[in-house]
Design a protein. Structure first.
Length: 290
């Protein structure tokens, strides 16, 4: 599970009217959903707004060998009301793994599974001191995106997404609480296991000019061997820069590159937690609004 770290099936557009008015707002206003990297803002869009999104999450570096994976989540987001949005999606994964202890050497690309995202805006930041949106995303996968193993995996992630505009049109902050849980059955052995993850995110962003936002984000991740956060397996802290840039009125790029700066796996005295996480995690997101 990767709560808020890999928002694919691994067990990491708001305040705008629809139609032509939406295009002009995208050029001038800040949509907080995507300006914080892995962290999320509370914006979800106005009634009738449609958004196509491709989110690419890369993970690099283990204790030994060569390790690189890419997980891509493709979604169609539709805002049913000013408070509620749905987003069906499907995931594609790729692995390039050589000589890593505990992993089979693997070089391939595969269809990984499907998700359905639900978001409900509980508090609107336009009329309150902060924004709060609740997130739920159940999913199914038949490939483990970290190892490439064939599995049967069911689970979901849940989050509370807080944000606040600190200085009008300039400084923005976000705080997220994430929880993910699921069950995985390995097809080769028939063995099943439950796991879960808890994560806290914090981010600060600054709008340099209309359409260009930069900042920094940090995440504290805890991995558990049980489905209910009952047996701690390891933890990690990531820090890195973030950016968001509007290419046009309706097309945008955003992303981050974060490095594990602290961590430990239970029972392993070595620096960093490279059993449950990677040394580097990066994300590049492409969004198109209609």
């Amino acid at each position: 599970m990767r709560a808020g770290g890999k928002p694919i099936l691994a067990l990491p557009t708001g305040g705008k009217p629809s139609g032509n008015a939406a295009a002009s707002v995208h050029a001038d206003d800040v949509d907080t959903e995507h300006i914080f990297g892995f962290s999320m803002g509370s914006d979800i869009g106005r009634t009738g707004e449609v958004e196509l999104e491709m989110e690419n999450v890369g993970a690099f570096g283990k204790r030994d060998g060569s390790y690189a994976t890419l997980a891509t989540l493709n979604q169609v987001k539709y805002t049913l009301t000013d408070r509620f949005r749905i987003a069906p999606g499907f995931a594609i994964g790729a692995q390039r793994i050589d000589g890593v202890a505990g992993f089979d050497d693997r070089h391939h690309v595969s269809f990984n599974g499907a998700t359905m995202e639900f978001r409900y805006k509980l508090v609107d930041r336009a009329t309150a001191p902060f924004g709060l949106t609740l997130h739920a995303q159940p999913g199914w996968s038949w490939v483990d995106d970290a190892s490439g193993r064939r599995v049967e995996q069911y689970g979901g992630e849940f989050a509370a997404l807080f944000d606040r505009e600190l200085v009008t049109d300039r400084w923005f902050a976000a705080f997220n609480v994430w929880y993910a849980t699921g069950v995985t059955r390995e097809l080769a052995t028939g063995l099943s296991a439950h796991d879960s993850e808890f994560a806290l995110h914090g981010a600060l962003s600054y709008q340099i000019e209309p359409g260009l936002v930069v900042g920094v984000g940090t995440r504290y991740l805890r991995s558990y061997a049980g489905g209910g956060l009952d047996r701690l397996a390891g933890e990690a802290v990531y820090v890195g820069p973030t950016f968001s840039y509007n290419l046009t009125h309706t097309l945008g790029l955003s992303g981050t590159w974060q490095v594990q700066v602290a961590g430990r796996a239970i029972g392993d005295g070595r620096r960093f937690n490279l059993d449950h996480f990677e040394r580097h995690q990066a994300m590049l997101r492409i969004n198109a609004h209609f």
